[in-house]
Design a protein around this ligand. Structure first.
Ligand SMILES: CC(C)(COP(=O)(O)OP(=O)(O)OC[C@H]1O[C@@H](n2cnc3c(N)ncnc32)[C@H](O)[C@@H]1OP(=O)(O)O)[C@@H](O)C(=O)NCCC(=O)NCCS
Length: 290
């Protein structure tokens, strides 16, 4: 493929490893992408093989004409059996800021989305990596989700940017668990304070809908008043911060039946807080890291 300034060639690890290793091993480059630099050529080779090795040949190096060295690489991750394909892009530091990766990403993604086996592409990007988020936007990707992340002891979030081959409105766009409680205002206060939730709608003392952010159009939690018997609900709440301080706050708020934080085998740290009516909210956050 060719763009205005670039030749995009299929990755050939033996030919391109030298140039790409110079990029992967550059500590400042890695810091800019919230990544870790590679320590050896072998590690750089391993990284290329692991990320792109078994992806059906959909990896391209960027050559800025007339230069013949790889200035960067863009591709989909190895096949994980899904028609939504994850992808990533990396550009040598001296080439940053000239719109080159945006130019490459637009061409590559337009091409990928014409493939019958690909229904969409997505990129997981550290929320602080504004350059990469801009590349995604230039290539027509939008924010579709958010993931917690622990990276060398640092807690961060990844934004999930995605673009579908054929965009469509989802049939279901939200699921809202319902908590029946005796004291709506008190429960709302507690949950907003503990989990930084926001009240989207409140109907007197009878009903409130809580959301994760102040923005409209998200599903959340419904809190409804009842005077009768309550069927306790079990709900998992995903958070992007360490859960231990939240546990301390839950205990201080008198929720002493709550179970202490522990690391789950699926790489999450969780504790369960128990509301006075018996509802069990499992708070699931990132591992505390090394
Ligand atoms: C992410 C990366 C590929 C971007 O490549 P690039 O060719 O420099 O990107 P572009 O020049 O197309 O710039 C993209 C946007 O970054 C923004 N940008 C450029 N320089 C910036 C700076 N110093 N600070 C903040 N934003 C900046 C610009 O707003 C630009 O958007 P615009 O065209 O709307 O102005 C490159 O920075 C990189 O390799 N980073 C390290 C690896 C990495 O993070 N990969 C992505 C992993 S998900």
């Amino acid at each position: 493929m060719k763009t205005a300034r670039l030749d995009l060639l299929a990755l050939d690890i033996d030919r391109d490893l030298g140039a790409l290793h110079a990029m992967f091993s550059d500590p400042e480059w890695a810091r800019g992408g919230y990544m870790t630099p590679t320590a050896s050529v072998d590690e750089s080779r391993e990284r290329l093989v692991q990320e792109f090795g078994d992806n059906g040949g959909w990896t391209w190096v960027l050559r800025v004409r007339p230069d013949e060295d790889a200035a960067g690489v863009i591709g989909v991750f190895s096949d994980q059996g899904s028609s939504i394909r994850g992808m990533s892009w990396y550009l040598r530091r001296e080439r940053w800021g000239a719109g080159l990766m945006s130019e490459a990403a637009r061409a590559v993604i337009d091409h990928l989305l014409q493939q019958p086996s690909i229904t969409g592409v997505e990129a997981w990007i550290d929320s602080r990596n504004v350059r990469s988020i801009a590349v995604a936007r230039h290539a027509g990707l939008d924010l579709v989700g958010r993931l917690p992340r622990t990276h060398y002891g640092e807690i961060a979030q990844s934004v999930v940017m995605g673009r579908a081959a054929e965009p469509s409105d989802p049939v279901t766009f939200g699921i809202s668990p319902v908590l029946e409680v005796h004291d709506v205002a008190g429960t709302v206060r507690l949950l907003c304070e503990l989990l930084s939730l926001h009240v989207h709608f409140q109907f007197g003392d009878d009903f409130a809908r809580l959301g994760f952010t102040e923005w409209n159009g998200q599903s959340g939690l419904e809190v409804r008043r009842t005077t009768g018997e309550v069927s306790p609900a079990a709900v998992t709440v995903e958070v992007g911060v360490l859960v231990d301080p939240l546990y301390d706050t839950a205990l201080a708020a008198g929720l002493i039946e709550s179970t202490p934080p522990e690391d789950a085998p699926w790489s999450r740290r969780t504790f369960t807080l128990v509301l006075p009516e018996g509802h069990r909210l499992t708070i699931s956050g990132p591992l505390s890291g090394a």
